[in-house]
Design a binder for this molecule. Structure first.
Ligand code: SAH
Ligand code: SF4
Ligand code: F3S
Length: 480
């Protein structure tokens, strides 16, 4: 990376082509950071904080990669020279958290006025948010959105040079800029975007409005990126998209998701393939077959249910019925008995009755999800559901939520216990947080296992006997 930047002459005009243009601005930023660090007699530190989903986590790795190329040292400490929040707006709670933390950042900046505060991500695609930042959070230095994140280096330079608040939000983009640096959180596993945006317009969801239209990356570009990662020590990839099952439809030569998986399977040195998220309406028999036949695709499907009541599913614009979901889950379990199915469920969608919640609980009991993320419906301005009648009272939602959670915990426990005594491959991921003589790793089905083992095993797949199930995780013993 440094070598690449050294070859750039920052005195020249910036190139127009991407990503060369961004590398040019990384070199320009590096000059600035070097000077500033000489002036202060110490390195400059940058802290990246991520909210929201795996897409945002991957975007943050790219932001961190660019900051590093610009000469910043990475820190987890928010009292840094440069702080960036990559935001989420999927539920109102996410927004409130960000405003709260931003307030605290403002106090930090009072003590260190040369500190730079930057906001990006999904929340910044909302006009009301930008208005609020403009008026109430004047200490923020740079704001950009999801569509122009690839221009981060350029925006960073504009901000460093101008010394005033820079706001740049695009309404949309059809550009996919490849080959920018990324600073991975784990050396042995990585997320890979296979598509951007979402066209499904579930009636409660803001993602299509803040992430734009669905666009798939070319399969060759995805494969090239994975090959490079594997050369760099990655053994597990997580293919990312809001609805991976519709991958490829926007390509000039359409390629299906199962076909993409087949091609990725062929990459030598790659050991595990995961993906998320799967929309039930687009999950094909071909995908189930490819998963069954694969040695690398993990035995885990995240298959959001959202609701077990057909009329609610219809109002949610999900395009499947309760029966269709159940049939799909049965087919998956039958074809791959060792698979884990996890899900997302929303309670309190407008018009939801206690009877609807009973139906959702019935689906939970029948499918026996290994895990389910349960969310309280959050009204998102601009989505169709926000204008629907029958908003459910807080008290009723709380009752439903508790009933649902109980059902989820019971069935999850039941299924998790089934692996007791088995010897299974585990990818060792990190040193155990409580006891550093232990490692924490993951089964193919995504369950966590704590086991004995040396730190040198991190990033390796080892055989572990699962001794005891503790609800959502196992303790085990590694076989030598
Ligand atoms: N594309 C993915 C999910 C992205 S958002 C999919 O379709 O599954 C992750 C989860 O947040 C969703 O599955 C949904 O359960 C939840 N969610 C989205 N919008 C919400 C809202 N307005 N209120 C509550 N939960 C919501
Ligand atoms: Fe939102 Fe639905 Fe798209 Fe998922 S598929 S991101 S829930 S609109
Ligand atoms: Fe949140 Fe954006 Fe992901 S709204 S859930 S960070 S796509």
């Amino acid at each position: 990376m440094t070598k690449f930047l050294d070859a750039i002459d920052p005195a020249h005009e910036p190139p127009l082509k991407e990503p060369e243009r961004q590398y040019y601005f990384m070199a320009k930023c590096r000059e600035y950071v070097q000077k500033e660090s000489e002036r202060l007699g110490r390195p400059l530190f940058a802290c990246t904080t991520t909210f929201g989903c795996q897409m945002n986590a991957r975007d943050s790795e790219k932001l961190a990669g660019i900051l590093e190329a610009a000469g910043y040292r990475t820190t987890a400490e928010e009292a840094a020279d440069f702080v960036i929040y990559n935001t989420c707006t999927v539920r109102d709670h996410a927004n409130q958290r960000i405003y709260g933390r931003l307030g605290r950042l403002g106090s930090l900046k009072k003590k260190n006025p040369q500190m730079k505060i930057v906001l990006c991500g999904c929340m910044m695609q909302e006009d009301a948010v930008i208005e609020k930042i403009r008026t109430s959070y004047r200490f923020v230095d740079l704001v950009f959105g999801t569509h122009n994140i690839f221009k981060f280096a350029e925006l960073l330079f504009t901000m460093l040079e101008s010394g005033r608040m820079v706001i740049d939000i695009w309404k949309a983009t059809d550009q996919i800029v490849e080959e920018l640096p990324a600073e991975r959180k784990y050396p042995f596993k990585s997320g890979i975007n296979i598509m951007f945006g979402c066209d499904n317009y579930c009636s409660y969801c803001i993602v299509p409005f803040v992430r734009g239209r669905e666009r798939s990356r070319e399969p060759e570009d995805i494969i090239r990126e994975i090959r490079r990662l594997v050369e760099d020590g990655v053994v597990e990839v997580m293919l990312l998209g809001q609805n991976v099952n519709s991958y490829g439809t926007t390509l000039s030569e359409p390629v299906t998701f199962p076909e993409l998986l087949r091609r990725i399977e062929g990459i030598e040195g790659l050991e595990r393939i995961r993906f998320m998220t799967s929309h039930p309406k687009d999950l094909s028999d071909e995908l189930i077959q490819v998963m069954k036949d694969s040695k690398k695709i993990c035995r885990h499907l995240h298959l959001p249910l959202q609701s077990g009541s057909t009329p609610i599913l219809e109002a949610m614009n999900r395009h499947y019925t309760k029966e269709e979901y159940l049939e799909l889950a049965r087919k998956i379990r039958k074809t791959m008995p060792d698979i884990a199915i996890t899900t997302d469920i929303i309670v309190g969608f407008p018009g939801e009755t206690p009877q609807d919640v009973e139906e959702t609980i019935a689906v939970v009991k029948e499918v026996q999800f290994e895990n389910a993320f349960t969310f309280i419906y959050s009204k998102r301005t601009g989505t169709p559901a926000a204008a629907m009648d029958g908003q459910v009272s807080k008290e009723a939602v709380k009752l439903s939520f508790d009933r649902l959670l109980k059902a989820v915990q019971e069935t999850a426990k039941l299924r998790a216990g089934r692996l007791q005594g088995k010897i299974l491959p585990v990818l060792a991921e990190e040193i155990n947080e409580q006891d550093d003589s232990l490692l924490t790793g993951r089964l193919s089905n995504n369950m966590i296992v704590h086991f004995n083992g040396g730190h040198d095993l991190i990033g390796k797949i080892v055989a572990v006997e699962l001794k005891e199930c503790h609800g959502f995780y196992y303790s085990g013993v590694m076989l030598q």
